[in-house]
Ligand binder design. Structure first.
Ligand code: MTE
Length: 327
């Protein structure tokens, strides 16, 4: 994965930290704040209004962090989604033509129930929860994002995996006509990710269908993507079309690209450096912490926390496993 130096940060990424507000309140707040939000906040206007539908019936989650979420601009303009290009601004710039409907999800493999489901039917049985999670990217930056999604564990139970199902494998849409980044060989397509069955049935992972109370923007993985908050961001696969219950461990996209750099487990771990950089600290995208350019480069750096702070929920999954070898 590409990594950028603080010197590369564009002024548009230095945005005011707005609290979680409805779109209308947010626009009002932006107007009241005069020019101060404008540089950053003008950008999301390129997401067509029709795609910014509000999600109804969303309930708060006990698993949410109380940290202040990143701005809508941070969340929707600083992305990794190689299917739309390798630079951080590529996903929002190149994904606006992408039409994520109709969409279906194929469930295959070692489970009692399998089949192909329209997205709406797939999501309908479950409660939509808002889960404000820290997302820690392997490139040593992080954000706090108010996702809206359904519990992956609830979904998995519904399909009744057989005891032979040891892993859950996810695949992104493979369609180079609709995803221009797939015309290059930046990764092997389709993007593949996987979890052990124990990880997938832990209460933390969600299949996200929204962010900031609205449907998921294309650049964030519309219409449905995985969020696994204790792992590096690359595990949180976007644009999912297939879920497979497998006996064997999949070879995931980043493992195939660079096996010495990106492991299958990919648990956030300050003690295991990436071969080309340390994971001990991270930069909070857009963090102002007192304001001013100076603080962006100093105070915004913070120590990385084991399992991204979710250890109480997940550390037991790795009892007896050497996390230096199984990175
Ligand atoms: N999923 C697919 N299909 N393709 C990708 O390139 N990038 C991953 C992950 N999911 C990626 C993906 C990486 S490296 C990160 S950090 C997160 O998405 C970023 O999610 P966000 O852009 O919504 O913050």
């Amino acid at each position: 994965m590409l990594i950028r130096k603080p010197a590369d940060i564009r002024p548009s990424e230095i945005t005011t930290k707005e609290s979680y507000l409805s779109r209308r309140n947010f626009m009002k707040a932006a107007a009241l704040a005069g020019g101060s939000l404008v540089a950053g906040e003008a950008l999301p206007a390129i997401i067509p209004e029709a795609r910014r539908a509000k999600l109804e019936g969303v309930v708060p989650s006990e698993y949410s962090t109380d940290e202040t979420p990143n701005s809508y601009t941070d969340v929707t303009t600083y992305n990794n989604y190689y299917e739309f290009g390798v630079r951080k601004e590529d996903p929002y710039q190149n994904s606006q033509e992408f039409e994520p409907h109709p969409w279906s999800i194929e469930v295959t493999g070692n489970a009692e129930k399998t089949g192909t489901f329209a997205l709406e039917d797939f999501v309908k049985p479950y409660t939509l929860e808002e889960r404000i999670y820290r997302l820690r990217c392997v490139e040593a930056w992080s954000m706090v994002i108010p996702w809206v999604g359904i519990s992956l564990a609830d979904v998995i139970k519904q399909f009744k995996p057989l005891s032979s199902a040891k892993y859950v494998v996810f695949e992104t849409l493979h369609d180079a006509k609709r995803m221009p980044g797939q015309r290059s060989r930046s990764l092997r397509w389709p993007y593949v990710e996987g979890l052990t069955i124990a990880e997938a049935t832990n209460p933390l992972p969600i299949l996200a269908v929204g962010v900031y109370g609205e449907v998921l923007p294309n650049q964030n993985g519309a219409p449905i993507r995985l969020i696994v908050p204790w792992k590096y961001g690359f595990k949180s696969i976007k644009g999912i079309v297939k879920i497979h219950f497998s006996e064997t461990r999949p070879r995931t996209s980043w493992e195939l690209a660079a096996p010495h750099e990106y492991g299958f487990y990919a648990n956030v771990n300050p003690e295991v450096s990436h071969p080309r950089w340390s994971q001990a600290r991270e930069r909070r995208i857009g963090s102002e912490q007192g304001g001013g350019l100076q603080s962006l480069f100093s105070a915004a750096k913070q120590p990385t926390v084991m399992f991204n702070g979710y250890g109480e929920h997940v550390a037991h999954l790795y009892d007896g496993l050497d996390l230096r070898k199984n990175f």
